[in-house]
Design a protein around this ligand. Structure first.
Ligand code: SF4
Ligand code: ZN
Length: 294
């Protein structure tokens, strides 16, 4: 099949746009859409220091590569990586992440669960079993990420989430009946570094293709504790459904945007946890978990 824009062989068919794209036109289309997302959300300002939250996987490595390519020449913008070592033997290896960041001309700073909470994820699993490993891991990581980025002077945290991740999260919150998470207020709060998600309107398969074409040596191993059954089911369901209704994932993303906009209008008060002093939404999940595991 030929590219819809030139005479070269196409490497991708975008079902939702009806276009076939060659490598060059795919990369151009991908990057211009990520830039448009940044522009529309006003995610970049002069003198920004962007900390890219890196796991070593394809999405976050591709975000760093993209930001460096698109904005690396701007003198007023600084881009660096941060990575958190949860303490998962044989899976998380900060040196892999540091190498990827350095290859694209960025520094990468590391911190760990051990440094912050004096316990590794492996030790938490040993104590509590691995049923809730992802919720412990996610809550603890979120706090460290914000705190560490703040200490490094970051003004933005860039995350690798793609359209599929976001659409799945919205659907999972619906299926769990979790209104609080569905309405999660993203408005700026004191002490919270704003998060940007340049790929949030790009489908996972396009992010994977972009990473494959541009980024080398990213981590492909999965986490030994990842067996989130609900996410896997939702993923399969959404992929099947989007095949017949190509705009579904975009619709879920818009639903989330619309709901958070309304929530933002109603809710502007900043709260800080009385125990750890970090900004929180409602009860401090980190302190609740620490009481449970330590
Ligand atoms: Fe943490 Fe779960 Fe991700 Fe593993 S899969 S790194 S336990 S959130
Ligand atoms: Zn082309």
């Amino acid at each position: 099949m030929k590219c819809s824009k030139c005479n070269r062989e196409a490497i991708l068919f975008q079902k939702y746009s009806g276009r076939h794209l060659c490598e060059e036109h795919f990369i151009a289309d991908f990057e211009s859409r990520a830039k448009k997302t940044i522009r529309q959300n006003k995610w970049l300002s002069r003198n920004d220091k962007i900390a890219v939250a890196m796991s070593g996987g394809k999405d976050s490595s591709a975000v760093l590569y993209f930001l460096k390519k698109a904005f690396g020449e701007r003198r007023d913008i600084e881009i660096f990586g941060i990575t958190i070592d949860e303490g998962i033997e044989g899976y998380r290896d900060p040196s892999v992440v540091i190498k990827i960041a350095e290859k694209y001309g960025a520094k990468c700073y590391t911190t760990s669960f051990k440094d912050n909470f004096k316990i590794t994820l492996d030790e938490i699993v040993e104590k509590k079993g691995d049923r809730n490993s992802c919720s412990y891991c996610g809550v603890l990581r979120r706090q460290i990420l914000n705190k560490f980025a703040r200490e490094l002077g970051a003004t933005k945290i860039a995350m690798g989430f793609n359209l599929d991740d976001d659409a799945q999260s919205v659907m999972m919150n619906v299926l769990r009946g979790d209104a609080a998470r569905l309405l999660h207020d993203q408005s700026p709060r004191e002490g919270m570094i704003p998060r940007i998600r340049p790929f949030c309107e790009l489908p996972e398969r396009e992010v994977a293709l972009y990473a494959l074409l541009n980024v080398e040596n990213y981590e492909e191993r999965g986490c030994p504790y990842s067996h989130n059954a609900l996410r896997a089911d939702v993923r399969e369901m959404l992929n099947g459904y989007s095949y017949r209704h190509p705009a579904t994932k975009f619709a879920l993303l818009n639903l989330k945007k619309e709901l958070s906009k309304r929530e933002e209008e109603e809710n502007t008060n900043t709260k800080v946890c009385q125990v750890c002093g970090e900004p929180v939404f409602g009860e401090c999940q980190v302190c609740r978990i620490l009481r449970e595991i330590l």
